[in-house]
Design a protein around this ligand. Structure first.
Ligand SMILES: C[S@@+](CC[C@H](N)C(=O)[O-])C[C@H]1O[C@@H](n2cnc3c(N)ncnc32)[C@H](O)[C@@H]1O
Length: 257
């Protein structure tokens, strides 16, 4: 039976790789690396460096494939179907990779940014591949340090206040309104800086870009003061590197415990 590890590799700092992840890496015959194109090739490089560091003796294969482009023009109600089509297109590629590149008794691995359980579709895609029934395998999931954990650690704060909830959402959702019933909101996948529409005096932001990498930028403070600074730093960094990954925590009533 083919075996697959879905390995969370942390959000950018190679030292975030857990011992469990290293064990899984060392037990892998074939690594599948899906490249999203030129802007993300830095991330592909980081994955290759991890393999060279932790499996210096080699003996594994790396199979690269091109990730299909997602139709990002689809907004509103069309958003979910667009993601669904994209997922199916990826499932075709994953099925082919597993069938053609992984021997019957071999172990393969997908190296997933951060934690595979957070805004990542690898698990859903593998389930779709299994459901189709063309190729059979078992898989397990190795948790990783998410960008959310890394963000709050770098800002030396907690995600939630005492006995209070915290919500993790996307920039797209935040643009539709501040979530109800929570004062602590983590925002990911925000290409449009949705935080700019919130100017309440009692709202604090903890922002981080490229967290855990040499390019890391951190800004925190009352939103009215921090937002223009983040906007400027974000634009400069994006221009310089060609891509950006940022995450932030919005905290209402920051003085409350
Ligand atoms: C597709 S999601 C993947 C999340 C990942 N599975 C995790 O656990 O962090 C991509 C989003 O994660 C966040 N992200 C990932 N790595 C980051 C980093 N090093 N610094 C800041 N944000 C990051 C950004 O919000 C980005 O838009």
């Amino acid at each position: 039976m083919r075996t697959i590890h879905v390995i969370g590799i942390g959000a950018g700092d190679p030292d975030q790789l857990t011992l469990q992840a290293v064990k899984a890496l060392r037990g892998t015959d074939v690594f599948f690396v899906l490249d999203k194109g030129e802007v993300k090739s830095d991330l592909t490089r980081l994955r290759r460096d991890m393999l060279e560091t932790h499996i210096p003796e080699g003996g594994y294969r790396v199979v690269e494939a091109r990730d299909p482009e997602r139709d990002r023009r689809a907004g509103g109600a069309a958003y979910s179907p667009a993601v669904g089509d994209w997922r199916s297109a990826r499932a075709d590629i994953y099925a082919r990779l597993i069938e053609e590149e992984l021997g019957e008794d071999e172990t393969g691995a997908f190296l997933v940014w951060g934690d595979p359980a957070l805004y990542d579709s690898t698990i859903a895609i593998l389930e779709e591949v299994l459901e189709r029934g063309r190729v059979d395998f078992t898989y397990d999931v190795v948790p990783g340090i998410s960008s959310v954990s890394a963000l709050v650690a770098r800002h030396r704060t907690c995600l939630n206040r005492v006995a209070r909830p915290v919500q993790i959402t996307t920039g797209r959702r935040l643009a539709e309104g501040f979530p109800e019933g929570v004062d602590d909101v983590v925002v990911m996948l925000d290409a449009h800086q949705a935080f700019r529409q919130y100017t309440d005096e009692d709202l604090h932001i903890y922002w981080g870009a490229y967290i855990g990498t040499p390019d890391e930028i951190l800004v925190s403070g009352p939103i009215a003061e921090a937002a223009p600074r983040i906007e400027r730093l974000r634009a400069e960094a994006r221009e310089r590197k060609g891509w950006i990954m940022d995450t932030y925590l919005l905290r209402r009533h920051p003085k409350e415990a």
